[in-house]
Design a protein around this ligand. Structure first.
Ligand SMILES: Nc1ncnc2c1ncn2[C@@H]1O[C@H](COP(=O)(O)OP(=O)(O)OP(=O)(O)O)[C@@H](O)[C@H]1O
Length: 487
């Protein structure tokens, strides 16, 4: 089979001789005499094999090797050296060259070295093809080897280098942000910025300036000009999380920006242009949002070019234990605990639970187990009661000590299961004590924030919800309380 060789040799006569040897091995040879020409030729069309004299008129072969290692790490390189420079050739091999030839050499010596190099290259290709066809247990921040996740990894690989907009959807805690970051990291924009913006957690009147930036004096408090996410993400990726929460008026400005790459700062008078790749995500049904008039249809089509659906954790089979084991190891190390794994009963409970908060909830449960216990193996008594009882609100916690019972009720009752909050509320003695559900929920969330000393992300993690849910709820409580005062 033919293969392409770039031969870099400053002596014309030796170059012609080696070219003849290589051609008889079936190579298609390009001969160059200068290092600068070699670099141009490599960039124009990378060869299968680079044969490089160490001493060149304009630069050292070693410098070319180091450059090539950076720009084309997969390229096979053979160095040519004279007797006096064998030490450099050995250094070159340390730096990644495949082999070296000492001048003078004959056609047989060259043939053996070249054949070995090409064989090794074929083997490397085969191994990487084989690796790519195997299910991956880890991929760009994801843990999981289920078929559903393999499909996600393949889609990310396919779309990473494209500029097409990606729309990620899936329940809360399924890894939408991990997915957006993976798309960025796997593609050719990875050396530029990845900017994530949560459209639900930023107050309505601030979001436009967060995206587009503002000029000095654009509004009260705008003491100087400020870049927004659009400018920061130039050349990179802009991730718009919870996109369905965006105000309709701003959606039309975003649509123009996505179509043209052009935007205007708040308070600005001139247009600016950037090169941004858009990735958006929602845990709602975006098409339903369109039908309910909350999400612009034209924006939906602009963003929804490549959809990626993240499956709920309970549909990922063995991934639950795979992730649980990885997290157990990681948290045990962080907390200085001896945990090595889960016993059979604990594995069964974890595998059969429905995980409404998905991976985020699994993280919280494992963290809780590691912090509150000290053993080599996790057993069923260490699991939160609601997981063991599969979320049945009336069941008593498995943990026997009063301290554990308290921890279980505080840490493992997610606020989105509000019905459960009511059932446990011992203050409801009479009908007069019954209050609107949102007030009970507000109390639970606020006491969690207090217990976490005002740290909202920590409180959210303990409550099995995302911080943005807390911000959103805070905004809606304000509106409800405002409405109550008015009434
Ligand atoms: N497959 C996975 N393997 C390991 N960790 C994961 C995986 N999926 C998600 N995570 C982790 O779970 C947590 C939640 O993930 P992420 O924030 O990406 O979810 P999300 O779907 O964006 O949630 P939300 O809709 O609430 O914003 C993060 O800490 C993330 O690192």
């Amino acid at each position: 089979m033919g293969f392409r060789v770039i031969l870099v040799e400053d002596s014309m006569s030796l170059g012609a001789l080696y070219t003849e040897y290589l051609c008889s091995e079936g190579a298609d040879v390009t001969l160059v005499q200068f290092g600068a020409d070699a670099i141009k030729e490599i960039d124009r069309q990378p060869p299968d094999l680079l044969i490089l004299d160490i001493k060149l008129p304009d630069m050292s072969g070693m410098d070319i090797l180091l450059q090539v290692q950076q720009s084309h790490p997969e390229m096979t390189v053979i160095m040519i050296t004279a007797h006096g420079t064998i030490d450099i050739a050995v250094d070159a091999m340390r730096a990644g060259a495949f082999d070296f030839l000492v001048k003078p050499f004959d056609s047989k010596r060259l043939a053996i070295t070249v054949r070995n190099a090409m064989k090794q290259r074929q083997l490397v290709k085969l191994v990487s093809q084989y690796e790519n066809s195997l299910p991956k247990a880890n991929y760009q921040g994801f843990i999981g080897e289920s078929l559903a996740m393999q499909t996600v990894y393949k889609t990310i690989d396919c779309v990473a280098n494209s500029k097409a907009s990606v729309f990620i959807f899936g329940e809360s805690g399924t890894g939408k942000e991990v997915c957006a970051q993976a798309i960025h990291n796997a593609g050719n924009r990875k050396n530029n910025a990845f900017i994530a913006l949560n459209c639900a957690s930023i107050p309505k009147d601030l979001i436009e300036s967060q995206i587009f930036g503002h000029t000095k004096g654009a509004f009260t408090g705008a003491v100087s000009q400020r870049d927004g996410a659009a400018t920061q993400a130039d050349g990179g990726t802009l991730f718009l999380d919870e996109i369905c929460e965006m105000d309709l008026e701003l959606q039309s400005k975003l649509l123009r920006f996505i179509q043209t790459g052009v935007f205007r700062r708040v308070g600005g008078t001139k247009d600016e242009k950037v090169d941004v790749r858009f990735v958006s995500a929602t845990n709602k049904d975006p098409w339903q949002q369109v039908q309910d008039g909350l999400f612009r249809e034209d924006l939906y089509y602009r963003l929804h070019v490549i959809p990626i659906e993240l499956p709920p954790l309970n549909q990922r089979g063995k991934d639950i234990l795979l992730i649980a084991n990885k997290l157990l190891g990681q948290y045990a190390k962080e907390e200085g605990k001896p945990f090595k794994g889960f016993n059979y009963a604990a594995q069964k409970v974890l595998s059969e639970y429905h995980w409404p908060g998905n991976v985020r909830q699994l993280q919280n449960v494992i963290r809780q187990i590691v912090v509150l216990n000290d053993a080599a193996e996790v057993d069923i008594t260490m699991l939160p009661a609601r997981i063991v009882n599969d979320g049945k609100a009336t069941a008593a916690p498995v943990s026997s000590t009063p301290q554990m019972m308290e921890q279980n009720s505080l840490l493992s009752t997610p606020a989105h299961d509000t019905a459960e909050v009511i059932v446990h509320d011992k203050n409801i003695a009479t009908e007069q004590n019954i209050e609107p559900l949102w007030k009970t929920e507000k109390r639970t969330i606020e006491s969690a924030i207090d217990l976490c000393e005002g740290n909202i992300p920590k409180a959210a993690a303990m409550l099995d919800i995302s911080p943005s849910t807390i911000y959103r709820k805070k905004q809606s409580w304000d509106e409800m309380e405002h409405a109550l005062v008015k009434d």
